[in-house]
Design a protein around this ligand. Structure first.
Ligand SMILES: [Zn+2]
Length: 287
């Protein structure tokens, strides 16, 4: 049911972040998995239909001033993708600067770039969707409560928030304080990666063959941290000391693998300081 006080406050929000803050204020008892359809209805969405939008995965139509809207999702979407699609279209509906009806593809639902006006709007809708389905005030304590990072936390998070593993992974690296990266692989090929902000630039990308250590991993392996060959993953620079990278691999029988890469940032800082000290103490030749 539409919540008029909420709608009034949402109408003056200009960014995904302010929309989310207002949403949380009006839904203080939010629990997980977030009831995305009820929230969409409280904010002006009058119907959520399962109908194939032509050439798209999901769509949103609204009246001129975007006071009432309808969302449609392609039938056959998994429940988790459908939830994200609804949250994404709600983002388009509520971001008032975004004009007109929307038809969004699967690519749009994964967009994280902002280098064209279209991509920027898709990225904003995705940011809103991630923040709505995995609200920061709930997500951060939930992840902290799981204990030290391990790759098996990702399926746990995805199940708890009823989102896809990819969506959970993106939110995880966005909000974690750890220096880490998640690499999604299928049949020995990298599909995509999600590094945290502080992780060094990855040298491996979509379509690349996975490193031998990943290829050798099987679903029967015990999941444990192992040291990895740094040059398999990141761009090496001659002038910069390479960090130590630890890795965990989650392998599934269907050929899917999720790799968690981890850098101990505190240990790396200490090692850098040590290296600097050694350099200044060593005799200078050639003077
Ligand atoms: Zn979109």
């Amino acid at each position: 049911m539409q919540n008029d006080a909420l709608v009034k406050e949402l109408a003056v929000c200009a960014s995904a972040e302010t929309l989310l803050a207002v949403m949380l204020k009006h839904h203080p008892d939010l629990s997980i998995p977030v009831a995305v359809e009820a929230i969409a209805r409280s904010a002006g969405i009058v119907a959520i239909e399962d109908a194939e939008p032509e050439g798209a995965a999901c769509a949103m139509t609204a009246d001129l001033h975007k006071t009432r809207g309808t969302i449609s999702c392609a039938p056959g979407m998994t429940a988790q993708r459908r939830r994200f699609a609804i949250a994404h279209q709600l983002g388009h509906f509520l971001l008032k600067a975004q004009r007109g009806d929307r038809r969004c593809t699967n690519r749009d639902l994964g967009e994280s770039r902002r280098d064209t006006p279209h991509r920027k709007e898709e990225m904003q809708a995705n940011r809103f969707a991630a923040g709505l389905l995995m609200p920061k005030p709930l997500f951060v304590p939930f992840v902290d409560g799981l204990g030290k990072p391990t790759v098996t936390h990702l399926p746990t998070i995805a199940a708890a928030y009823d989102v896809t593993l990819e969506v959970a992974a993106s939110r995880y690296v966005d909000l974690t304080h750890a220096t880490c990266a998640l690499v999604f692989c299928k049949d020995g090929v990298v599909r995509f990666s999600r590094p945290s902000r502080s992780f060094p630039p990855l040298s491996i990308g979509t379509g690349d063959t996975v490193p031998p250590a990943v290829r050798a991993a099987t679903p029967d392996d015990k999941i444990a941290w192992q040291e990895t060959e740094v040059r398999d993953w990141i761009e090496m620079s001659r002038n910069v000391r390479a960090p130590k990278i630890l890795m965990q691999i989650l392998s599934k029988a269907n050929g899917f693998q999720l790799v968690l890469l981890f850098v101990n940032a505190a240990a790396e800082r200490r090692a850098d300081e040590e290296a600097e000290k050694m350099a200044t103490q060593s005799p200078k030749f050639g003077r």
